[in-house]
Design a protein around this ligand. Structure first.
Ligand code: SAH
Length: 360
């Protein structure tokens, strides 16, 4: 399911790094030093790890495996854009000349990193900028964790939350995404509860996600957010063409199975498109659909993208939608748009700049 990953140091735990050092003829404690410098200090090149002998560093610099800039597995910064509210969008370059978008979103007492799990996305949701370019490839573990380290470095704050809401469909890169969650928790000390995995749904995958999370992480405490976006199959298919292969009832059944296996509640994301799915009748249908389901609905007012003529919802429509859900005892919140002045919606920075920028 995941792409073959090069052997980068980023993504490895202490024991693996010790073994790696030993396999290079070094004592095990070198592995612990690598761990400290890669995760705690955040170096991006092995030459910077001055605690290692000069000879070994030189050897490592000349033996970087194909597909990496450096043994660490770090990427390079291509572009940075900072919005008035501090939201920082980074475009990172991979050795194969692709660009990854990641965003740091500061708020009181928290810093959320919105990470990408793939370069591009095959799901082609109509309102999403990323989907317009199709999928280039899935990201490897080190390329996901790297985004969190970049945001920490650029913003000078330790990220408290990670959301898989950047480019890509995490369920199509399950192995790397779960390994990245494990790494963020074990090596960077993040709490699984502060991590959210967002999916538009891939048939027959949610129960598997639950089981794999329990098997590989020991527990499934991250939040699962499902991008529902419509209260019925017809409208959902109109917005999400891939939904034709996954009826909304089957998706909700899989969500119930996910809840039964993990004991966690699921949250649903619902993009509000002016005049299209934001009317009180849609909210009533959504409340009926979710009746009896322990869930939370997160409303996302549409961020305009260049390629489509959807409209942002009127503030009064957002308020009315919320009220209908609240009246029917559905837990609901509205996501504030962040960093709109910097580069508009998700995925747009990359689409606007990737064509013109090359790695430094
Ligand atoms: N593929 C996953 C995660 C990436 S998108 C998923 O679909 O959930 C993260 C969230 O941003 C999704 O809920 C997605 O529907 C939403 N999104 C995409 N384009 C958007 C836009 N133009 N305006 C508002 N939200 C958008």
């Amino acid at each position: 399911m995941s792409e073959a990953a090069p052997i980068a140091l980023l993504g490895m735990g202490k024991a693996q790094l010790e073994q790696w050092a030993q396999s290079h003829g070094q004592p095990a404690f070198r592995g612990r030093q690598l761990h400290d410098w890669i995760y705690a200090k955040g170096v991006s090149r092995v030459e910077q790890i001055t605690v290692l002998s000069k000879g070994w560093r030189e050897q490592l610099v000349t033996s970087v495996p194909p597909g990496l800039f450096d043994w660490t597995g770090r990427s390079r910064e291509l572009h940075r854009s900072v919005a008035a509210d501090g939201t920082t969008k980074l475009l990172l370059a991979t050795p194969d000349n692709l660009s990854i978008e990641t965003v740091g979103i500061p708020a009181a007492e928290r810093l959320t990193v919105c990470v990408s799990s793939q370069v591009g996305c095959p799901m082609a949701c109509r309102f999403c900028a990323t989907g317009k370019g199709g999928l280039q490839r899935s990201l490897a573990v080190h390329e996901i964790v790297d985004q969190v380290l970049w945001v920490r470095e650029v913003m000078g704050i330790r990220p408290s939350h990670v959301v898989f809401m950047g480019m890509g469909e995490p369920l199509l890169n399950l192995d790397a995404v779960l390994a990245a969650i494990a790494c963020l928790c074990s090596e960077l000390g993040m709490a699984q509860r502060q991590i959210t995995l967002s999916t538009v749904g891939v048939a027959n995958t949610l129960p598997r996600l639950a089981e794999l999370a329990l098997a590989r992480l020991g527990r499934a405490q991250f939040t699962l957010a499902v991008s529902l976006h419509a209260p019925d199959q017809r409208l959902r298919e109109e917005l999400i063409p891939t939904a034709h292969a996954y009826p909304i009832e089957a998706l909700l059944d899989d969500c119930r199975r996910y809840v039964a296996i993990t004991g966690r509640r699921v949250s649903f994301e619902y993009i509000l498109l002016g005049g299209l799915n934001d009317q009180p009748r849609h909210a009533e249908a959504l409340a009926r659909l979710l009746r009896g389901f322990q869930s939370h609905v997160n409303l996302i007012p549409y961020n305009p993208i260049d390629e489509e003529a959807f409209r942002r919802p009127e503030p009064a429509a957002v308020a009315a939608f919320c009220q209908v859900l609240a009246d029917r005892h559905v837990a609901v919140s509205v996501r504030a748009s962040r960093g709109l002045d910097a580069d508009a919606a998700c995925g747009q920075l990359r689409r606007r700049l990737a064509a013109t920028l090359q790695p430094a």
